[in-house]
Write a new protein. Structure first.
Length: 200
């Protein structure tokens, strides 16, 4: 899952949301350096990613991509799933999306000293360009994928070209998300209980 979904799953506290984001930026051996609430969601982030990658609906969605783009299907789906979540936010959430995103940005600024250098450098752009809010429109998906492609060491153009398959299979992938995401919510809740009960 991409940023918005991870934040959604951690919305009960600012520290949890911070950990949910740091899961993409902190190495496993560095996890123990963070406070328990942050550490727990760094761990949960990785469990959520593993569960997502192995879910039958997600595996099926990967087959919708042409062979030359399939190795990038995980990235494409992660970003697109944030788009679908954004479009159907009130189906899953009680509080407005803009309220949660604003709270998340404020938490990042408040805890800026805890962020790794690469995330700290990206933070002003994340907020000024409203990365999480931009997922609502497909143009935001396109922009995010092109941003990610520039960080790839090679073949970033193939990731960008895979956007075509997202557009072509928009409805099928969106419908699959509606089946998958409730499963993910239940999985994350159960894993959170276990992590908090038996901390690492």
């Amino acid at each position: 899952m991409n940023y918005l979904a991870h934040i959604f799953l951690a919305q009960h506290s600012d520290q949890a949301m911070l950990g949910a984001l740091l899961g993409d930026f902190v190495k496993a051996k560095e996890t123990s350096l963070y406070a328990p609430q942050i550490r727990n969601d760094i761990i949960l982030h990785r469990k959520v990613d593993s569960y997502t990658d192995s879910h039958a609906v997600v595996l099926q969605a990967r087959t919708l991509f042409q062979p030359q783009y399939r190795r990038y299907a995980g990235i494409l789906l992660d970003v697109f799933y944030d788009h679908v979540l954004s479009r159907h936010w009130l189906q899953y959430a009680v509080n407005p999306k803009t309220e949660l995103i604003s709270r998340f940005y404020a938490a990042l600024l408040e805890h800026e000293q805890l962020l790794p250098d690469n995330l700290r450098k990206a933070l002003p752009y994340m907020i000024s360009q409203d990365w999480l809010g931009s997922y609502h429109d497909f143009a935001g998906v396109d922009l995010t994928i092109r941003r990610v492609s520039r960080r790839l060491s090679r073949n970033g153009h193939l990731l960008c070209e895979g956007i075509v398959d997202l557009e072509k299979n928009y409805d099928a992938i969106s419908d699959g998300f509606q089946v998958f995401f409730p499963d993910l919510i239940r999985f994350a809740a159960l894993q959170r209980q276990q992590i908090e009960q038996f901390p690492a």
